[in-house]
Design a protein around this ligand. Structure first.
Ligand code: EPS
Length: 366
């Protein structure tokens, strides 16, 4: 983070609510609740989603930082209520209610970590006996509030005509001919899960977001960190990505042309980033999501309670959430881009930022 648009979240998967605080939003930007809710709805969709998505209708409440529909410059506090909390009130009780010292007595407690999830490392690190304390925060449920924060970021970018979209590239094994829906149904019937590849594209970015001068200001590094933070993401690529290894430099680099005083490229293998800065081309980020580790047909694991060999814990989950992951990735990258945008064009109010933006270098050439 460059610390202009910075945010933190809190909340558990089956706790009362998810919260986010964004600090560093300049004054004067219109915030439309419907646009945030539209993004939340997109995240809930896709083939292979679990029963939880039938319970929730994620809806945002803004608690502070917006007045008469516009940002005031103060921190914005966002909240999404978990409808499912009604069914988990005792299990997720904030107050002590009885037999918590005996894990076996606590409803929905578990001690058999899921390979691939945070359960085992989290329990050892935080010295927890009930792995639910790890599951609740490491659940991808928390990406709902990330999407809400990203939806605020997208509205700021939209003021400058910067927009984005995402595309699924593949689900499961790329060599199989089966249609995506069929592959997900097969996984479901086998008690299994599936990951996949997708890409997101941001259009109309100005030149010079990020910087080449210091490691922690390079935009590709900041984007990679933001995307790798998303639950189940195991790889990030910019532009041609790992494909760079297979081509000569003469085929890799995007030659620069000029016509009528305008610069342009005929290719975009760099994915819109050169030297850790935007170069005026579309930003193209690809990411890979692993299959969700909560398997109906459980994998071998240990029982944390008595160190015996066992089978992993299972509870309701998604079979495939790649399309949701793409929406989350759009949100995370939008937040990184606003952070870099405010770094370059100003942080206090929309008027000054717009003035600075329209007076930027070479705006007439790219
Ligand atoms: C999710 C909510 C969770 C899971 C899923 C994503 O709700 P529940 O546990 O009540 O079914 O469905 O979480 C995971 C895939 C995971 O690995 O933790 C959501 O809102 O996206």
């Amino acid at each position: 983070m460059l610390n202009n648009f910075r945010f933190l979240t809190s909340g558990e998967s089956h706790g009362k609510c998810l919260n986010g605080i964004i600090d560093g939003i300049p004054a004067g930007f219109e915030i439309n609740l419907n646009l945030i809710n539209d993004e939340l709805k997109r995240r809930q969709g896709g083939w292979g989603r679990g029963g939880r998505m039938k319970i929730e209708t994620d809806t945002i409440e803004i608690k502070s930082g917006v007045r008469f529909g516009k940002t005031t410059g103060a921190p914005i506090c966002l909240e999404i209520m978990n409808k499912d909390f009604e069914n988990w009130k005792t299990i997720m009780s904030i107050e002590k209610i009885g037999a918590q010292d005996d894990i076996g007595e606590v409803e929905k407690s578990f001690t058999k970590p899921r390979p691939g999830h945070a359960d085992l490392a989290g329990a050892i690190k935080y010295d927890l006996k009930d792995l639910r304390d790890v599951l609740e925060r490491s659940s991808a449920r928390k990406t709902a509030i990330d999407v809400a924060i990203g939806a605020v970021a997208k509205q700021i970018l939209k003021e400058f005509d910067i927009t984005c979209y995402s595309q699924i590239i593949s689900i499961g094994c790329e060599n199989e001919d089966a249609k995506i829906k069929e592959k997900i149904e097969t996984a479901q019937n086998q008690g299994d899960t599936l990951g996949g590849n997708f890409q997101i594209v941001f259009e109309n970015l100005p030149v010079g977001l990020g910087s080449h001068v210091q490691w922690d200001r390079k935009l590709d590094g900041l984007i990679a960190q933001a995307v790798m933070n998303i639950p189940a993401v195991k790889a990030v690529e910019i532009g041609l990505g790992v494909g760079c290894a297979n081509v000569f430099g003469s085929k890799m680099h995007d030659e620069i042309f000029v016509e009528n005083n305008k610069y342009f490229r005929k290719t975009n293998n760099a994915g819109g980033l050169e030297g850790g800065m935007t170069n005026g081309e579309n930003l193209v980020v690809k990411a890979t999501m692993k299959p969700i580790p909560t398997l109906k047909k459980p994998l071998a694991t240990i029982d944390f309670k008595n160190n015996s060999q066992s089978e992993a814990h299972f509870e309701r989950s998604d079979v495939c959430a790649v399309s949701a992951c793409a929406v989350v990735t759009e949100a995370m990258v939008a937040s990184v881009l606003v952070d870099a945008f405010l770094d370059k064009f100003g942080k206090d109010n929309i008027t000054e930022i717009k003035n600075c933006y329209s007076n930027r270098n070479y705006s007439n050439r790219i």
